[in-house]
Design a protein around this ligand. Structure first.
Ligand code: AMP
Ligand code: MG
Length: 491
């Protein structure tokens, strides 16, 4: 979106514009963040604040009032966004039940960012929910989203977490907290589903035009911009999910309301990273049938994009039949795009610079061997060149010995040196990921008031390709950990 500089920066560097609230009324509702009596700041992201052009000294001098919900930044116009969504396959009307969009901040780069408070009290879409969030889930999102960003995965970011000073009642009482989330936008597949469901073509068209203008401005010159939008979102999601698969990330709740049109990873509820490689891995306590299992994610991405295409049908062609034909053709490209993004990344993970027809089989054979021997996904790739560090069962397998021979032959057919191969692999295979057992450990300490382990871990996670000072961050989970590990939606 054209981010003009007509908007004034306040004393903290905030520069709000509220373009979303100029869209048709059905798409949002005014909502004010709750004024908590005794808020306190837990963590603040200095580096992100700098990127956004915020003045951290001024914010500190003002006691971080806006992050404590005490005063909305000048020019902010808080709203809750309406959306719908398929949750585990069933359609529901939703909306921001525990999040409030303060508005869009224009950074000095002229990039536009949504600044959203998560856990800041009820909104018109809260239904029976309290609109609140606990400290653990908000710190979990902070940690995971910043780790994903450092890995090079497109994601919403986390600017701050504050304690509200109030108790939130869940299965057990939790310390209430608010996360300040920063995103390219919060427009979701579910936002389009909502606009389509209210059966008002004007609203749907306004949303589509807005989205094109904000996220895919090059489509302005496209002969058929709505078809272009569908193609662009399919492409962005294929690229995003390929990244998740590359790093062993399991989103856990890929409902259509949790799929961002801008292609960012959004909503870190029950997400987790793979330890031992298995496509069947599920950690979420509510995902009983493995709908969002690790290996199912590419397919579920396509399912969600099909819902997106359905929402756009009235804009794609005059007749429904023609529109369905166009949508089907666009969707047919998804699998090919996804496979290409994925294979391109996996090639780099095993040190390949160029393409050969046998590469897919080479990658798949390694994954089969990792599955057979329950090898650690992250560490196996990272240590491929130093087999002594691999799992004994894997290196003793004749199939793996043969695989190594084939890989060496393959490497010898490319011009790059051993050193160049090592650099390529080391920059695509992280040493450190947010291991589930360490995430739980640091969140436990944080819940007891000790943030030091959290800060320590975060520092390591934001440089995931560098050797950490402490070996413990390199270790996979202990045997049996995965079998009993469960994650929960952060409600
Ligand atoms: P999520 O599982 O975080 O994607 O949330 C799904 C839907 O439930 C969204 O519409 C949320 O706004 C809503 N929701 C989740 N937690 C709460 C809560 N504590 N109060 C009100 N609404 C909530
Ligand atoms: Mg959500």
């Amino acid at each position: 979106m054209n981010s003009s500089n007509q908007h004034r920066r306040d004393q903290f560097g905030f520069c709000f514009d509220n373009s979303y609230s100029k869209l048709p009324q059905a798409l949002f509702a005014r909502a004010n963040p709750k004024q908590f009596k005794n808020p306190s700041l837990v963590i603040f992201n200095q580096q992100l604040a700098q990127t956004l052009g915020l003045d951290t000294h001024a914010l500190k001098a003002a006691d971080w009032a806006c992050f404590k919900g005490r005063a909305a930044p000048e020019g902010a116009l808080p709203i809750a966004q309406a959306y719908a969504g398929h949750q585990f396959g069933g359609f529901n009307n939703l909306g921001d039940g525990r999040a409030i969009l303060l508005g869009e901040h224009i950074a000095p780069s002229y990039l536009r960012f949504d600044i959203q408070l998560k856990g800041s009290g009820p909104t018109p879409y809260s239904r029976s929910g309290d609109g609140l969030a606990g400290l653990g889930p908000m710190l979990r999102e902070y940690l995971k989203s910043e780790a994903m960003h450092a890995l090079g995965v497109s994601t919403t970011r986390s600017l701050a977490v504050m304690l509200t000073g109030e108790v939130v009642y869940r299965a057990e009482p939790l310390s209430g907290a608010v996360l300040t989330r920063v995103a390219a936008s919060h427009i979701r597949v579910g936002t389009f589903q909502y606009a389509a469901a209210i059966d008002d073509i004007g609203t749907l068209k306004a949303l589509a035009d807005y989205t094109i203008n904000r996220h895919y401005p090059a489509l302005d010159n496209h002969p058929q911009p709505y078809i272009g939008l569908l193609e662009a979102v399919i492409d962005t999601q294929a690229a995003l999910i390929a990244k998740w698969m590359q790093f062993g990330f399991i989103h856990g709740v890929m409902n259509t309301d949790n799929m961002s049109i801008a292609g960012e990873t959004i909503d870190y509820g029950p997400c987790a990273f793979l330890n031992t490689y298995s496509p069947k891995t599920v950690f979420s306590s509510i995902d009983k049938n493995g709908r969002y299992a690790f290996g199912n994610q590419p397919k579920m991405g396509e399912w969600n994009l099909t819902r997106f295409a359905e929402s756009l049908l009235p804009l794609l062609a005059e007749s429904q039949e023609d529109a369905i034909g166009i949508a089907t053709e666009c969707l047919n490209a998804y699998q090919t795009k996804y496979r290409a993004y994925w294979l391109s990344a996996m090639r780099k993970k095993i040190g390949l610079f160029n393409d050969e027809p046998g590469d897919l089989a080479l990658v798949e054979d390694l994954l089969m061997l990792m599955y057979k021997h329950q090898a650690d996904y992250t560490n196996t790739f990272r240590n491929l060149a130093s087999p002594l560090q691999l799992r004994d069962q894997l290196i003793d397998d004749g199939g793996f010995k043969n695989w190594q021979i084939l890989r060496h032959e393959r490497l010898s057919r490319q011009v790059q040196t051993v050193g160049e191969v090592a650099v390529l692999m080391d920059s695509h295979n992280p040493l450190v990921i947010p291991r589930n057992h360490i995430v739980e450990e640091v969140l436990d300490s944080a819940n007891q008031g000790d943030m030091e382990p959290f800060h320590d871990f975060l520092e390591v996670l934001i440089t995931p390709y560098q050797m950490p000072k402490n070996d413990k961050y390199l270790q996979g989970a202990s045997a049996g950990f995965d079998a009993s590990y469960q994650t929960f939606c952060g409600t």
